[in-house]
Design a protein around this ligand. Structure first.
Ligand SMILES: *[C@@H]1O[C@H](CO)[C@@H](O)[C@H](O)[C@H]1NC(C)=O
Length: 396
C-alpha cells in the first residue's frame, strides 16, 4: 500500500461527514469526481412529426410571426420531451430497484424472521443485504430537500469539488450528462464552484464551511450509468485498486520462512485495497458506522483516508478491538476500471480494448486532467490513438 496519488491528508473527516449525512438519508455512489456517456439527446422523432403536421396544416408561405411561433413550439416540445425522458428513466430505475428489493427482502425475512433450522448442506446462505435505516430529514433539512429532488430510487452520485478541480469537474458533469445520468449532486466546497455549478445547471449543495480542504483529486470518466451495474446486496460495493482477478478479488499469498523447516510456508490472504474514490453504499447501519469510524479516526490522527477506510472495513475483531461487520463486494475491475488496468493492460489488448467500461477512474496517475481528456477522446469521440502517447505509469 504505497502512499501515492489520491492521498489528500488535509481533508480530514469533513468529506466523510458529508457522506454520513447523505448516508443517513439515501444510498449513494460516492465519487470524488468523474465524466461521460453515449446518450446524446437527439431531437426526438415525435417532435419532428409534430412540426411536420403543423407545417402541413399551416399556410405554405410562412410569415416571420408564424416561424417564431413554430420555433417556440419546438422549444417547448423539446423541453417537454426532456422532462418525459427523465420520467421514463426514473420509472425504469424504480422498476428495476423494486425487483432487486423484492429478492433482498425475501432473504431478509428468511434470515431475520423466526428461528429456523439450517437446511441441507450446500444451501446455507447468510445475510449480506442488511435492512436500510429510516431517513432522518431533521439531520439536515436543507440537504434533505435537495436529495429528495435529485435522487432516483433514493440513490444518487455525490461528488465533492472545490475550485482547484474546476476543469476536471467540468469534464465530469459534461460526460455524466451525456451518459444520461440525472441523479447526481456536487457538494461545493467553496463559493466559486457553487456558482460554476449553478451556471451550468448542475445540482449543487453548498456545504457549510468548516475544515479546510486543499484539493480533491478523485477523478473518473463516466461512460455509462453506474446504477445499472450495481448488485445492491452488500453494505459497501467498491472499486478496487487491483488489476487482475487475484489482486482484485483476493488470493492466498504464501510467506516463506525457511528457518521454520517443515512449517516454512505460512499462508496469508491478500487483497488490493478498495479505492475510496468511488464506492457505493446502501443506507444501512454498518455502512454508516463505517463512515462514522473513518471520520472519527481522521479527526484524531493524520492518516490517509483510503487506508483508514480499508482498515475499518476489513480488520476483524480482536482483543481490545471490535471490528465492523459490514458486507462488501468488489466491483468488476473491467467495468469500474482504474487507470492502471486501462493503461497497463486494456489499451494493449485487442479484445479488452473494445470493452465499454461504466467508469474509468484516473487514480494511478498524477496527470489526471490530460488522461481524463484522452479517455473522453478515445471512448466518447472514437479517436483510436488517443491513449497511445501516455506511458503506463507516471514517470516521476
Ligand atoms: C476472472 O474472474 C472472472 C469472474 O469471476 C472469470 O469469469 C474469469 O474467467 C477470470 N479470469 C481468469 C483469467 O481467471
Amino acid at each position: 500500500m504505497a502512499g501515492r496519488r489520491d492521498k489528500v491528508q488535509s481533508i480530514r473527516g469533513s468529506r466523510i461527514v458529508v457522506a454520513i449525512v447523505i448516508g443517513v438519508l439515501v444510498g449513494c455512489v460516492f465519487a470524488f469526481l468523474f465524466p461521460h456517456g453515449f446518450f446524446s439527446s437527439n431531437p426526438p422523432i415525435q417532435n419532428r412529426r409534430t412540426i411536420k403536421s403543423n407545417y402541413q396544416s399551416g399556410s405554405s408561405c410562412e410569415s416571420p410571426e408564424r416561424v417564431n411561433m413554430l420555433k417556440s413550439d419546438i422549444a417547448s416540445l423539446t423541453d417537454r420531451n426532456v422532462e418525459l425522458k427523465k420520467q421514463v428513466r426514473k420509472l425504469t430505475e424504480k422498476l428495476r430497484l423494486a425487483e432487486q428489493g423484492k429478492d433482498h427482502a425475501q432473504k431478509q425475512v428468511m434470515v431475520l424472521g423466526d428461528q429456523h433450522k439450517v437446511g441441507p448442506m450446500g444451501t446455507v446462505k447468510g445475510l449480506r443485504t442488511n435492512p436500510t435505516v429510516i431517513p432522518d430529514e431533521s439531520v439536515n433539512p436543507r440537504l434533505a430537500k435537495i436529495l429528495e429532488e435529485v435522487a432516483v430510487g433514493k440513490e444518487l452520485i455525490v461528488a465533492l469539488a472545490n475550485s482547484n478541480v474546476k476543469s476536471m469537474l467540468e469534464v465530469w458533469f459534461t460526460n455524466i450528462k451525456k451518459a444520461g445520468i440525472i441523479n447526481y449532486l456536487v457538494v461545493a466546497l467553496d463559493d466559486p464552484i457553487a456558482e460554476f455549478c449553478k451556471t451550468n445547471d448542475v445540482p449543487v449543495y453548498k456545504r457549510d464551511p468548516d475544515v479546510g480542504i486543499d484539493s480533491i483529486a478523485r477523478t473518473g470518466v463516466y461512460l455509462r450509468n453506474p446504477f445499472d451495474y450495481l448488485y445492491r446486496d452488500s453494505d459497501v460495493e467498491s472499486m478496487t485498486d487491483g488489476h487482475n482477478n487475484m489482486t482484485a478479488y483476493g488470493y492466498n499469498d504464501v510467506f516463506d520462512e525457511p528457518s521454520m523447516g517443515w512449517a516454512r510456508y505460512a499462508h496469508t490472504m491478500r487483497i488490493w485495497v478498495y479505492n475510496s474514490g468511488f464506492f457505493y453504499i446502501r443506507p444501512t447501519i454498518p455502512s454508516i458506522e463505517l463512515l462514522d469510524r473513518v471520520a472519527d479516526r481522521l479527526s484524531k490522527e493524520k492518516a490517509w483516508d483510503q487506508a483508514v477506510f480499508n482498515e475499518e472495513l476489513f480488520f476483524p475483531s480482536h482483543p481490545g478491538y471490535t471490528g465492523l461487520h459490514a458486507s462488501k463486494r468488489t466491483m468488476d475491475y473491467y467495468l469500474f476500471m482504474n487507470s492502471k488496468v486501462l493503461f497497463k493492460t486494456v489499451r494493449r489488448d485487442d479484445k479488452l480494448k473494445k470493452l465499454k467500461p461504466v467508469i474509468i477512474h484516473v487514480n494511478y496517475h498524477p496527470d489526471k486532467l490530460p488522461r481524463m481528456q484522452a479517455i473522453v477522446e478515445y471512448h466518447v469521440n472514437g479517436k483510436q490513438d488517443a491513449l497511445d502517447a501516455f506511458p503506463d505509469g507516471s514517470e516521476w
